[in-house]
Design a protein around this ligand. Structure first.
Ligand SMILES: NC(=O)c1ccc[n+]([C@@H]2O[C@H](COP(=O)([O-])OP(=O)(O)OC[C@H]3O[C@@H](n4cnc5c(N)ncnc54)[C@H](OP(=O)(O)O)[C@@H]3O)[C@@H](O)[C@H]2O)c1
Length: 260
């Protein structure tokens, strides 16, 4: 386990803490008696999640209210994460699935999708990376902190049906590759998570069913395992790695004719 026992004094930070996958993951930590710092934009939802985690055994739960698009507030929030103990893990779950047709009809809708899924996380990570570099981790198994960011398989290839979301996630994936390269020098890790379809409130309007759909608890468990194991990239469930290998190998001349 990176950075020792999670039920110890080092807190776990969860951005986008009201996400269904984030809640499933935070519950696992709560059951182990961990301390959590939850960041979210909706006060009543954030309070409900915090109360639930306390009941489930969390040692300490702190909530930080912030809409991720208020960039000027990011440096202060990031610094405040380090006031007591330097956290062991920083999870980023925030995201939104925009309507592709609405994006095509309006740059404003496109811009908001890119901001929520990409730019706002880039802003947080810009401040966080510098904060971590000022606190380098020890070399070896114990290591430093871990940054775990949920991207998507949608970022592996642009498709006509959701390329604004896909481009935001693809940009995020590339950003994380560079950040991993940078933070390796100060012994901090970066994990990029690429889920396939998950049954959450984000996909409430999509017809579900079949083996490609996963429950948030399954994805949360995969993420936890990969984060503790110091992995760099995770496809979850695992079979998406092979699905995306096939999708990425289709020549562009054929791909552009497909209805995907
Ligand atoms: N569901 C899928 O099929 C799927 C597939 C691949 C990747 N993902 C990714 O997995 C992550 C978790 O998603 P989920 O499925 O658990 O969806 P979810 O339950 O809808 O969670 C989305 C989270 O993003 C937050 N958020 C949205 N806009 C925000 C903003 N402007 N500022 C701050 N927070 C904002 C939401 O906050 P509120 O609760 O306040 O709305 C919520 O906490 C996302 O990054 C998503 O892109 C999901």
């Amino acid at each position: 386990m990176r950075n020792g026992g999670e039920s110890g004094s080092k807190p776990i930070v969860v951005f986008g803490a009201t996400s269904d996958v984030a809640i499933a993951l935070s519950r696992r930590y709560a059951q182990e008696g961990a301390s959590l710092i939850l960041v979210g934009r909706n006060e009543s939802r954030l309070t409900a999640v915090a109360d639930d985690l306390r009941v489930r055994g969390a040692l300490h739960v702190r909530t930080l209210l912030q809409d991720s698009l208020t960039y000027d507030d990011h440096p202060t929030l990031v610094e405040s994460l380090f006031t007591d103990h330097a956290p062991a893990k920083f999870y980023f779950f925030q995201g939104s699935l925009p309507d592709q047709a609405a994006c095509e009809a309006s740059f404003e809708v496109t811009r908001e999708a890119v901001e929520v899924n990409f730019l706002s996380i880039v802003s947080y990570l810009t401040w966080l990376a510098s904060a971590l570099e000022r606190r380098p981790g020890e070399k070896g198994a114990a290591g430093g902190a871990s940054i775990i960011v949920v991207s998507s398989v949608a970022g592996d290839r642009g498709r006509g049906s959701n390329y604004v979301y896909g481009a935001s996630k693809g940009g995020l994936t590339i950003f994380l590759q560079g950040l991993r390269n940078r933070l390796h020098k100060s012994n901090h890790g970066v994990l990029t998570v690429k889920p396939g379809f998950i049954d959450t409130k984000m996909t409430a309007d999509i017809e579900k069913g079949g083996p490609l759909w996963a429950k948030p608890e399954k994805v949360a468990d995969d993420i936890r395992l990969a984060a503790d194991g110091g992995r760099m990239v995770l496809y979850t469930p695992w079979f998406w790695q092979f699905i995306m290998l096939v999708i990425k190998s289709i020549p562009e001349g054929i791909f552009k004719r497909l209805s995907l």
